[in-house]
Write a protein that binds this ligand. Structure first.
Ligand SMILES: Nc1ncnc2c1ncn2[C@@H]1O[C@H](COP(=O)(O)OP(=O)(O)O)[C@@H](O)[C@H]1O
Ligand SMILES: [Mg+2]
Length: 320
């Protein structure tokens, strides 16, 4: 695979939040790539660093967070440390974000048309009738009726608002969309509709996507490859079929067992509860306190991602 087919490449990305109590290691040497037209799922439980990775890709980590190492390449170009002026050209046009809780970021007292038009005007010269047409086409693309154009966000359901946010993300035809838990706040039925909207938009525009979520079931239906994160570390990454057929990491198996319809399988006994303090990671594997297979080596040596074949990688001492 030549690197020019990779729209996004993340190399050894580390992000720390510098708090008074010490540095929170929210992302630890993360490696990830997304090929043209591909959807990569980033999964893991709350607090494992998914949003941190998303915001680092956009160079928008909030203070006191900072990228302390690594590269983020968009179409081959490293954008870490690029001046803000340069980054503004890349965001939206190359790299669009559907932020976590996007639908709640719409201003409730401003009509959808104004919010969408303002966002477009900020980046391109489309005006007047062409602008109106563009917004109507975008609404149509995400399956919303024309009347939404003149409505206020508070008149829309959660799913409709989320689709407005998808429409805004694709407005400038980006190469890649980072969608941070785009369906998490929605009812199950609406989740499917919004997920399908994302898939439709993806196939129509041929855009690549990073789909962040904590629900393996939804990932199974949407993504081409899955990347599993735990406590700031990438534990396993591989093609979706391979991950579900042959999950190597105990944590990946735990996530798959947590899907309601597969519950009849004998669940893996994993210690429930807290991850270590992210300011003070233990030597060795970050999953050691919850792993049913933990042994001495796990407490000493940090496992690295190792290819098991078929583009499927796992970081676990069992396979290192
Ligand atoms: N502004 C911040 N200051 C300190 N710690 C933070 C900040 N933002 C996030 N973190 C910590 O970084 C870790 C990863 O958070 P986040 O990326 O939001 O995880 P996720 O999106 O997977 O839920 C968490 O432990 C969280 O507490
Ligand atoms: Mg998050």
């Amino acid at each position: 695979m030549s690197s020019d087919q990779k729209v996004l490449e993340v190399h050894d990305l580390s992000v720390h939040y510098f708090t008074p109590g010490g540095a929170v290691i929210a992302a630890n040497e993360i490696n990830l790539y997304v090929k043209a037209g591909e959807i990569v799922g980033l999964v893991g439980e709350s607090g494992c660093g998914k949003t941190t990775v998303a915001m680092s890709i956009l160079q928008m980590v909030s203070a006191p967070g900072r990228i302390v190492g690594g590269e983020v390449r968009i179409e081959g170009r490293d954008i870490v440390n690029l001046p803000e002026r340069e980054l503004r050209k890349i965001r939206w046009r190359k790299l669009a974000l559907i932020p976590q809780g996007a639908m709640n970021s719409l201003n409730p007292v401003i009509k959808i048309k104004e919010q969408m038009e303002d966002a477009i005007i900020a980046h391109e010269r489309t005006r007047g009738a062409a602008l109106r047409e563009k917004v109507l086409r975008l609404l149509n693309d995400v399956g919303l009726p024309e009347r939404v154009y003149s409505m206020y966000p508070h008149e829309l359901s959660g799913g409709m608002k989320q689709r407005v946010c998808i429409a805004m993300a694709v407005a400038l035809n980006p190469a890649i969309i980072i969608a941070d838990e785009p369906t998490s706040a929605l009812d199950v039925v609406v989740q499917r509709v919004v997920a399908q909207t994302l898939l439709d938009v993806k196939s129509r525009l041929g855009v690549s996507m990073v789909m962040i979520g904590h629900d393996m079931g939804l990932q199974a239906q949407m993504v081409d490859r899955v990347a599993v994160m735990y406590a700031g570390n990438l534990m396993e990454v591989g093609p979706v079929e391979s991950i579900f057929e042959q999950p190597y990491h105990p944590y990946t198996r735990l996530l798959i067992d947590a899907i309601p319809s597969t519950k009849q399988k004998k669940p893996l006994k994993v210690t429930e509860g807290l991850t270590h303090d992210l300011r003070n990671p233990p030597p060795g594997c970050c999953f050691q306190f919850r792993c049913p297979y933990v042994h001495d080596e796990c407490r000493q040596k940090r496992p690295v991602l190792k290819e098991m074949g078929n583009d499927h990688y796992v970081a676990c001492a069992q396979f290192n």
